[in-house]
Design a protein around this ligand. Structure first.
Ligand code: NAD
Ligand code: DAU
Length: 332
């Protein structure tokens, strides 16, 4: 296959590009990425000279750029998004643009160029908080914050193009990913790198919110399977099956970094903070997927990766990040 991967310089996208080139030797990948603060060419430095890989810097909201990058591809996999909930609370504009209008631009390109497949990457957050049980693909969408509302908008638009034009769209909705190359604003890389530097870990509210953790390579394998075997117009949940309270996760991080629990600093809660996410992943398991990485091992591998890759994350935590950190946490 020749794939157009959008947002391939971010966390999950870069892991996915590497996964595709490693597991499908005849595939080619074009990566279209705007290189926002979250996009990092270093994430794919090891493959930038691979003749099967090409990079285009550009915006998924730019129809001309998208059409040019998409010409002749067998499929588009859309990772491009603004992805951090906290940023969506203070600066939602870019979320609406990329996560809704960006999807629209890709859908129009698929229609015009008759591209055989568009796999849109979405999130469990579109279902909103679930007190009991697990969300199924047919459940109503009840997003709680501007990020998840924008993602839900993108999903609904994609499904509307399937209904009206029979456009060959597929959607995956995964739970919280973790692993190498995650921008250090998200809780696991933030807490690991803060702990390594003996800095406080700002735990929101009572610390009892629950997230279902999925190792990024397990997500990449599931996305790849859905891309090749999934049904058009279908949605697939991808859950890690490892639900844990934030405070428990925080203690595990401190144990793995060898730091004391006194680094935990309870802070004012995130507004609209969803209490729990949980996914029913039967449908993707029926396609043949199962997570291969045990959570404790994958968390230990992840902590070791950040320990060994200071040159990757230190530059990201300086400059713009310091201003962001002060704005986000200074008053809490
Ligand atoms: P990320 O923030 O690490 O990366 C996003 C990438 O998209 C960056 O490389 C950025 O430069 C690029 N981008 C942003 N706006 C763009 C635009 N307008 N045009 C082109 N490129 C643009 O995000 P991530 O964590 O890798 O998430 C990837 C996708 O997976 C997102 O759609 C997100 O909603 C979804 N998702 C993430 C998680 C998670 O836990 N990280 C879980 C479920 C779903
Ligand atoms: O569930 C999937 C979603 O997971 C993805 O769609 C998003 O792109 C991704 O960012 C992630 O969203 P969360 O809001 O769940 O992730 P985050 O890492 O920001 O927070 C995880 C939990 O940790 C959440 O309950 C909030 C809490 N938290 C987070 C930060 C950054 C803290 O307690 N302190 C923090 O400083």
């Amino acid at each position: 296959m020749k794939l157009l991967v959008t947002g391939g310089s971010g966390f999950i996208g870069s892991n996915f590009v590497r996964h595709v080139l490693a597991t499908h030797p005849d595939d080619r990948v074009v990566n279209l990425d705007k290189l926002t603060y979250a996009g990092n060419p270093a994430n794919l430095a090891d493959i930038e000279r691979d003749p099967r890989y090409a990079f285009v810097q550009g915006d998924v909201c730019d129809a001309k750029v998208v059409r040019e990058a998409a010409r002749g591809v067998d499929a588009i996999v859309n990772f491009a998004a603004e992805s951090h909930v906290d940023r969506s609370l203070s600066e939602p504009d870019a979320f609406l643009r990329t996560d809704v209008f960006g999807v629209f631009t890709l859908l129009e390109a698929v229609k015009e160029l008759k591209i055989p497949r568009l796999l849109h990457i979405s999130t469990d957050e579109v279902y909103g908080s679930v007190a009991r049980g697990s969300s199924r693909e047919i459940d109503p969408l009840r997003p709680s914050n501007p990020y998840s509302a924008s993602k839900a908008g993108g999903d609904l638009l994609a499904l509307a193009y399937w209904q009206t034009h029979r456009l060959p769209v597929l959607i995956t909705r995964s739970s919280n990913n973790f692993g190498p190359s995650q921008y250090p604003e998200k809780v696991i890389p933030l807490f690991v790198t803060n702990a390594l530097d003996d800095q406080l870990l700002p735990l929101y509210g009572d610390g009892k919110n629950v997230r279902d953790w999925l190792y990024v390579l397990d997500n990449c394998a599931a996305i790849d399977l859905v891309l090749r075997k999934g049904g058009e117009g279908e949605v697939y949940n991808i859950g890690g099956g490892h639900e844990v309270e934030n405070v428990v996760l925080t203690r595990q991080i401190l144990q793995l970094t060898g730091k004391p629990e006194s680094l935990i600093k309870p802070v004012k809660d995130r507004p609209g903070h969803d209490r729990r996410y949980s996914l029913d992943s039967k449908k993707v398991r029926q396609l043949g997927w199962t997570p291969r990485h045990r959570f404790p091992d994958a968390l230990a591998t992840t902590v070791a990766w950040y320990r060994e890759h200071e040159t990757w994350w230190r530059p990201l935590k300086s400059g713009e990040f310091r201003a962001y950190y002060e704005k986000q946490y200074g008053h809490r």
